[in-house]
Design a protein around this ligand. Structure first.
Ligand code: HEC
Ligand code: HEC
Length: 251
């Protein structure tokens, strides 16, 4: 029966120490940019932190379609940067930035924003009607009214109910006019989906709603109606536009 051999055990111990040291003792990592905690490689950052919700190529995920030239033309860089840094309260979108004790550094956030644009941000189709304002706040600043839930209900029945149901009973696709859905979706999240659509799943963007593109006012109205269904337990903030002062702190 073999017995434990003290010398051998020590030898193995030293050997493994040697192996460990070969990698790190006294030497900086071969390439800091390649370490998971410091990498600024877009593919790695996106794959590790975002793909699970937004889909491997920015589409077909349970979270919004961000790998889409239309989305990237709709949103500003500053907004993406602020959303990724701070997250969206009450929704599944986490905060990744250092100011929220998130896992990513400022440099990594910049790499993500640059990468989203360089990988997926081609110009939106030429000849398309101008994009609706990104947020309801922008829409009001452009001279439109705040969203009106009563008008919005009508817009919903005309434009959305044949796919998403009336909120009561069955629907062809996922029901969105329900308290449990809007409990975890922000107003901006709803607005973004209405404008960008989910062409990956068969929902057209705002331009393709016969008989005419859905108007910016109608978008604010339908969001106001959906938001009015939000239950009191929801942690979504009524206004989810990232305040400009937060954006300025994180240029
Ligand atoms: C032609 C069918 C169709 C129409 C019309 C349509 N949708 Fe959708 N919508 C879909 C499909 C398909 C999905 C993706 C699968 C799902 O979540 O049900 C979707 C997803 C959504 C989502 C969830 C987004 C996400 O990322 O999970 C929201 C919110 C939504 N739609 C709102 C609306 C609103 C509001 C309207 C009307 C302005 C509308 N949809 C019109 C088919 C449609
Ligand atoms: C756990 C799921 C989850 C993860 C992980 C996640 N997201 Fe999100 N993200 C969401 C959801 C859900 C929303 C929509 C929230 C809302 O507004 O209702 C969202 C919203 C966003 C938006 C704003 C969309 C708009 O309306 O303009 C951006 C930009 C975004 N995510 C980028 C990222 C990036 C980049 C990463 C990786 C660093 C990431 N997300 C990781 C779930 C996730």
């Amino acid at each position: 029966m073999p017995r434990p051999n003290g010398l051998n055990a020590l030898g193995i111990g030293l050997l493994s120490l040697g192996v460990l040291c070969a990698g790190s003792c006294g030497h900086p990592p071969v390439n800091e940019e390649d370490q998971p905690s410091t990498t600024t490689d877009f593919g790695k950052l996106y794959g590790t932190n975002c793909a699970g919700c937004h889909g491997a190529d920015g589409t077909h995920g349970p979270g919004p379609r961000i790998g889409d030239p239309l989305y990237l033309a709709f949103v500003t860089r500053e907004t993406i940067r602020a959303v990724v840094e701070h997250g969206i309260a009450g929704t599944p979108m986490p905060a990744f930035g250092p100011s929220e004790s998130g896992p990513l550094s400022g440099k990594q956030l910049d790499a993500l924003v640059d990468g989203l644009e360089s990988h997926w941000g081609k110009k939106a189709d030429a000849g398309a009607p101008p994009l609706p304002p990104y947020s309801e706040e922008d829409s009001i600043q452009s001279g439109l009214e705040p969203g009106d839930p009563d008008r919005g209900h009508h817009v919903y029945l005309q434009n959305c109910a044949f796919c998403h149901g009336t909120g009561k009973g069955a629907s062809a696709f996922g029901p969105v006019a329900t308290p449990s859905y809007v409990a975890i979706a922000s107003n901006q999240g709803l607005r973004t989906t209405i404008v960008v659509g989910r062409p990956d799943f068969g929902m057209p963007d705002w331009r393709h709603r016969p008989p005419h593109p859905i108007a910016s006012q109608e978008i604010s109205d339908v969001v106001a109606w959906l938001a009015s269904l939000r239950p009191t337990y929801s942690k979504v903030k009524p206004i989810t536009v990232v305040p400009t002062n937060l954006q300025e702190q994180n240029p």
